[in-house]
Ligand binder design. Structure first.
Ligand code: ISL
Ligand code: CA
Length: 555
């Protein structure tokens, strides 16, 4: 594939659609309440039926699960609850046989504190792997600087054995690796090759911009205290390390890489993904999933023009050498239909289809999160005991127990933003525990599984809509490589844009509201050929859009 479309080099991962699996919550094959690899294998036909090309598997490695696998104890072992390495191989082989590639999660900014490297590192100042982690002596009876953890509290923990502090930008059970140490980098490249040699097709890289730390370890500048990720990302050697990683680990393989650009500004993105630099293929930018977050990170109502601006910026800032990744949900975010759509029974299906249309007709590789193809919604949390997520539990400790917020404020915020909304089990059936498990699920299944589930995936379903969109995208390169033009960036309810190449021209109209919206068709785009719509086609093609209507026109 070395030809060029609309100025872009064709690559399989630019044309792919990705489906993210959170294995703990996908399907439990043995009744222990925890999803597993054999469960995933059995459900591959569900994924194949959508027509996706790639699966991104959230961490499947051995872990004590302080952060559900984002704290790895052994990078070469499969999490016992998920099965064995043979189960992994079976998933990989069957996915490949179905024409689906598999990328795995690379979590190498930090390990678990139970990783053998850290167990040894904390043993003594002169232990073999002491310098695999970031140790400093305290200052004035406290930690080396004022850095805070993304999950709340200080980013340094004093270790009793030596009296030194170690750095953890997340939980104390997630000590940060010291990438300044070449031995650490070589360990990482070796473990990457281990999975690549097995046949995996690439990596999603967890908080990868955090790997290089400014060795001065200065206090946080005032303007970054509320969002320290903008200090932790983009350390002085991050690009050097990523180029080295490409050379040492990735280059012999035909891979796809997508980094989580947490703490990276849109202006900084090209330095990570410009194809001439030899770093990453794509990154996840946070613009779309932060439209409803205020300066302090708490929920605020979002506005459609802010969401449009994310894509307008993307089109301006990324040239033909850069390729975007598009996502509206993942295991860290609430459900797409509850957040951007309307999850009432009247509008849930229609608005889920509006969001699916946006995801799959935008420029960039789309990432679907498990369950969104069923229109799964947020969970109605009413008590702290219902949360599993370390972020929610720490927030409770920091915000409620210290008296800053009331319990009801805490719950209101979490009901908007909790990561556990995404982590409740897949709703396969209307039956007990949504057919996810025959046992007791590790996290409660949403009670609405009686209505929202995978039993009816036929005509008119959200699932069928995703499948149709994926097919449309696959058969029209303008929906992949075409220019993106927002026709009315300021309109508060209607999202209207074109995707065009020399050969093709699409117009996408999305009504983000329950009321009707009129649309003035551009002179050079007469209404007519509707190729997809989530209502019966209007008679002359130009009628106002009805509540949460989605239409795709082709000229
Ligand atoms: O989810 C968040 C808090 O609401 C984000 O700030 C999140 O911590 C950030 O996007 C980094 O996420 C990644 O690394 C974390 C892990 O908990 C997340 O699940 C992962 O996606 C630490 O490994
Ligand atoms: Ca299981």
């Amino acid at each position: 594939m070395d030809d060029v479309i609309n100025g872009y080099h064709r690559r399989w991962w630019k044309e792919a659609v990705v489906y993210q699996i959170y294995p703990r919550s996908f399907y439990d094959s043995n009744g222990d309440g925890v999803g597993d690899l054999e469960g995933l294998r059995r459900k591959l036909p569900h994924i194949k039926g959508l027509g996706v090309d790639v699966i991104w598997l959230s961490p499947h490695f051995d872990s004590p699960n302080a952060d559900n696998g984002y704290d790895i104890r052994d990078y070469r072992k499969v999490m016992a609850e998920f099965g064995t390495i043979d189960d992994f191989d079976a998933v990989l082989t069957e996915a490949h046989a179905l024409g689906i590639r598999l990328i795995v999660d690379l979590v190498v900014n930090h390990t678990s504190d139970e990783h053998a490297w850290f167990v040894d590192s904390r043993r003594a100042r002169d232990s073999d792997t002491r310098d695999y982690y970031i140790w400093h002596s305290g200052k004035d009876g406290g930690p080396p600087n004022d850095w805070t953890s993304i999950f709340g509290g200080p980013a340094w923990t004093k270790d009793a054995t030596t009296g030194d502090y170690y750095l953890h930008l997340f939980d104390p059970k997630q000590p940060d690796l010291n990438w300044e140490n070449p031995a650490v980098r070589n360990e990482v490249y070796a473990l990457m090759r281990f999975w690549l040699d097995k046949g995996v097709d690439g990596f999603r890289m967890d908080v990868i911009p955090f790997i290089s730390k400014d060795q001065e370890f200065l206090d946080l500048p005032e303007q970054h205290v509320a969002k320290p990720q903008f200090v932790y990302a983009n350390g002085p050697r991050v690009h050097e390390f990523l180029q080295e990683m490409r050379r040492e680990a990735l280059s012999p393989y035909d891979t796809m890489t997508v980094g989580e650009a947490f703490g990276v500004t849109p202006q900084q993105v090209p330095d990570f993904i410009d194809e001439r630099r030899g770093e990453l293929d794509m990154v996840f930018q946070f613009g779309a999933v932060e439209v409803d977050r205020g300066a302090d990170g708490r929920w605020v109502p979002w506005k459609l023009p802010d969401l449009k601006a994310v894509f307008g910026r993307q089109e301006k800032q990324l040239d033909r050498h850069c390729w975007p990744a598009v996502f509206f949900s993942n295991h860290d975010n609430p459900r797409i239909v509850s957040r951007y759509g309307d999850d009432s029974s009247q509008w849930r299906v229609k608005s889920a289809k509006v969001m699916a249309t946006l995801l799959l007709t935008m420029k960039g590789t789309p990432f679907i999160y498990q369950g969104d193809e069923l229109g799964m919604t947020n969970f109605p949390f009413s008590d702290i005991s219902q949360f599993d997520d370390i972020w929610a539990r720490n927030a409770y400790r920091d915000e409620v127990e210290n008296g800053e917020y009331s319990v009801s404020d805490f719950l209101a915020n979490q009901n908007r933003l909790s990561r556990d909304h995404a982590r409740t089990p897949m709703q396969w059936t209307a039956g007990a525990h949504g057919g996810f498990t025959t046992g007791t699920p590790w996290l409660a299944v949403n009670p609405n599984t009686s209505e929202i589930n995978a039993e009816n995936l036929g005509e008119g379903s959200i699932y069928a809509w995703y499948a149709d969109l994926i097919h449309l995208r696959r058969t029209h390169t303008a929906l992949v490589y075409g220019d993106y033009l927002d026709l009315m960036p300021d309109h508060p309810r209607l999202f209207a844009y074109r995707r065009t190449t020399e050969a093709e021209d699409f117009l996408i109209l999305l009504n983000f509201d329950a009321g009707d919206q009129t649309f003035q068709f551009p002179m050079n785009f007469p209404p007519g050929n509707i190729v997809m719509g989530n209502y019966p086609a209007p008679t002359n093609g130009a009628e106002p859009l009805r509540g949460w209507e989605a239409r795709i026109y082709r000229l």
